[in-house]
Design a protein around this ligand. Structure first.
Ligand code: ZN
Length: 323
């Protein structure tokens, strides 16, 4: 039975159970958290993360996959504490979250050097702990496959080949980055079923989504609640049509909810987040929106019990467990 590393140790992949594949409990701008630590209300951030963890547990969620990588404020000790306090299983990652530039230290070093850092996180442990990453995160956005972004993707591919770990890639469907990302991984020799192109559900361009799926990769319908990118009705129409076309085995449902961002503790101010909710940009964004609203709507639209099991239990088990 394949096992998956969680922040409280390895578990059989079959034990992951109901899984949210893409949510963030902690995130931060690393320059701020390191240089102006007084700006971080870490007690409040922890209590809010704990409230979200308890809330998803009440909906039967057993595992949350948290793709908070380096440059997004990864804090594996906080995740381990949260998991120990709540009993929620949490899966952590290695990788680098950037849309363009790299830290100078890494800009001057090779993709293979970077891959060794990722391999260390996957095999020895993250941030000086013995808590191992279970997957590799990278990102491409509107700026496309810049030099720095390409280097992270190549490093992710090589770390995946060396360890068998799967890859999750943040993408920007409006500029169809997913195809270039998937093609780079495939060219490096990564198997399609190790590749997960996140945020694919931000578009209703079914031709683009199916051209990605035709490569054999996974696609995340993982930003429910970010209405400014695509409102829920549009996301649901895409999900139901993809299921009707037989793609259940390559799709994930999640919300990309970030506890600190939603609370105005990170990228945006509390006032900006309040305006975002009030204006309809993110009116319902939470870590439980799927269960309260989206899944009942999808069920009424024809989502079967079997497909739901596939999306939220079997696909996470197969992608993370490699079987
Ligand atoms: Zn995310």
């Amino acid at each position: 039975m394949p096992s998956v590393d969680t922040v409280t140790g390895p578990v059989d992949a079959a034990e992951l159970g109901l899984t949210l594949i893409h949510e963030h409990f902690f995130s931060a701008d690393e320059v701020v958290s390191r240089q102006w630590p007084l700006m971080a209300d870490s007690a409040r951030a922890y209590e809010l993360a704990r409230a979200s963890a308890e809330a998803v547990k009440r909906h039967g969620v057993q595992t949350v996959v948290d793709p908070t990588a380096a440059m997004l404020g990864r804090d594996v000790r906080a995740l381990a504490q949260l998991s120990a306090d709540t009993g929620l299983r949490i899966v952590a990652c290695t990788g680098i979250y950037t849309y363009d530039q790299l830290p100078r230290f890494l800009a001057s070093r090779s993709a293979d050097f970077m891959a060794e850092l990722f391999i260390g996180d996957l095999q020895a442990g993250i941030q000086g702990t013995d808590i191992r990453a279970a997957f590799i995160k990278c990102a491409a956005d509107e700026a496309g496959m810049t030099r720095g972004v390409q280097k992270v993707h190549r490093a992710a591919a090589r770390a995946s080949l060396a360890t068998g770990a799967p890859i999750m890639a943040h993408s920007h469907p409006a500029t169809r980055t997913g195809l270039a990302q998937a093609e780079l991984f495939l060219e490096e020799g990564v198997a399609a079923d190790k590749i997960h192109i996140a945020h694919t559900g931000d578009t209703d361009d079914l031709d683009y989504i199916e051209s990605l799926l035709s490569l054999g990769v996974y696609a995340g319908l993982d930003r429910y609640g970010l209405d400014y990118l695509l409102p829920t009705a549009g996301r649901n129409a895409v999900a139901l049509e993809l299921l009707r076309r037989g793609h259940a085995e390559r799709l994930f449902l999640s919300q990309d909810f970030s506890v600190p961002i939603a609370a105005g503790l990170a990228w945006f101010t509390p006032e900006q987040m309040e305006r975002s909710r009030a204006s309809g940009a993110t009116p319902d964004w939470s870590m439980t929106f799927l269960f309260e609203t989206v899944i009942p709507q999808l069920r009424r639209g024809g989502l079967s019990t079997g497909d739901l099991e596939t999306l939220m239990r079997e696909n996470p088990r197969r992608w993370l467990g490699g079987a």
